[in-house]
Design a protein around this ligand. Structure first.
Ligand SMILES: Cc1ncc(COP(=O)(O)O)c(C=O)c1O
Length: 395
């Protein structure tokens, strides 16, 4: 058998600190390595595998579509794209959709749309206010938008027009707003920043401020959308509606697909002002349609809410037992466990040895983003493994 990890070091640019595990197969919430060892997957393709690995409904839709039509230029109408756009609009507060291939690209498109809105309706305003600790992607503009210096520093100078302010602080947004501001862009819950939940009234206050100033509110629901936080979209839990929303990750079960959606008033692109070769191709949209249909028809978001609550309860009991657990927080099946020490890396390895995959979101915090189809049994299994791993760290 090849030494895949050695070959990776030889041929691949090392940008990712990988866990020493080569995965070859997945089914539901389980994955297997090249030696046939089984793992319970609480990383879920980084919040992508909402329906688990190789969900039959999606595998069948993709297989069928692959026999019919995989790619056609966006110069032509294709049916899966239109069906998915209709499903998204019917199940959200937005009116129009544009498809692309990733989260960063969806955010880029959303920001171009906001700038175009600024040109047309706000006297050329182009600045976008984003928050510190946010993550919006890896393109140059999204690195500038993401308020995380570690992603920004290696690439200065960055594109102009992004103001990073403190998260969960509406006053900071107010202070940063000028006549040059065309939009505020937020993750409803900061995912990569460490699963940071907003205060109850934050999003409503930001919405009210945007309305008062006539600027757009863009919600990046790339990680929180498609049922992850316990409702189809996280904004539903905060009693507000965005003008623009971006999606990717959980939208198509791992076939690359991103989207940005806008209210009619913000849908201001004219012919030729945006485009994509692959974006919205029939294969990706067949996967997206099958995924979203399944999520809606089977109330997968409701399952995420219930099972997520149970996961939080189980983690709370671990917190009673281990004094160094300082916080348990989350929403649906996007959950973090924080420690007083930087032990997340060793816990990832300790869980791996016991057959559980988890993510180190910060040096002192683990994140859980399992498939949304899991039940209490999988939570019990993961909690028991975590318990042993945590005991190992203290002893
Ligand atoms: C909230 C959010 N926005 C954008 C992105 C970027 O998505 P992608 O990696 O598909 O470009 C991510 C990825 O983690 C994300 O969590």
């Amino acid at each position: 058998m090849s030494d895949w990890q050695e070959l990776e070091r030889k041929y691949f640019m090392s940008t990712v600190e990988r866990v020493p595990l080569t995965l070859v197969r997945g089914q539901g919430a389980r994955v297997w390595d090249e030696d046939g060892r089984e793992y319970l997957d609480f990383v879920g393709g980084w919040a992508v595998n909402s329906l688990g690995h190789c969900p039959p409904a999606v595998t069948e839709a993709v297989t069928e579509q692959a026999h019919i039509l995989i790619q056609a230029s966006n110069q032509f109408y294709t049916i899966p794209q239109i069906r998915l756009a209709e499903l998204l609009v019917q199940n959200s507060c937005l009116d129009k959709v544009f498809f692309c291939n990733s989260g960063a690209e969806a955010n880029e498109g959303a920001m171009k749309l906001a700038r175009r809105y600024g040109q047309l309706h706000l006297g050329g305003a182009y600045e976008i206010i984003t928050t510190i600790g946010s993550f919006h992607g890896r393109t140059l503009a999204m690195v500038a938008a993401s308020g995380q210096p570690k992603f920004q520093q290696p690439y200065v100078p960055l594109p102009d027009g992004f103001i990073n302010v403190e998260y969960n602080n509406v006053e900071a947004i107010k202070v940063a707003t000028t006549n040059l501001t065309c939009a505020v862009m937020l993750e409803p819950v900061q995912g990569e920043g460490g699963v940071n939940l907003p205060d109850d009234d934050y999003l409503a206050e930001v919405r009210a401020w945007c309305d008062q100033r006539g600027i757009l509110l863009i919600l990046d629901e790339i990680q929180t959308g498609a049922g992850r936080t316990g409702t189809l979209f996280a904004y539903e839990q905060y009693g507000i509606e965005p003008d623009i929303m971006t999606l990717a990750k959980g939208l198509a079960s791992g076939i690359p697909l991103g989207a940005f959606l806008a209210k009619d008033k913000a849908s201001v692109f004219a012919l030729g002002e945006h485009g994509s070769t692959f974006g919205g191709n029939p294969l990706a949209c067949a996967a997206g349609y099958a995924t979203l249909r399944f999520i809606i028809d089977n109330d997968i978001a409701g399952n995420a809410r219930k099972v997520g609550q149970y996961l939080i309860e189980r983690l709370e009991s671990l917190r009673q037992k281990f004094q160094f657990i300082t916080d348990v927080r989350g929403c649906g099946l996007l959950v973090a466990l924080e420690f007083s020490e930087d032990i997340a890396g060793s816990l990832v390895m300790a869980c791996l040895e016991r057959g559980l995959l988890v993510n180190r979101v910060k040096p002192n915090a683990l994140r859980f983003m399992p498939p949304l189809i899991i039940g209490r049994d999988e939570v019990d299994e993961a909690s028991d493994i975590l318990d042993k791993a945590l005991s190992g760290v203290v002893s």
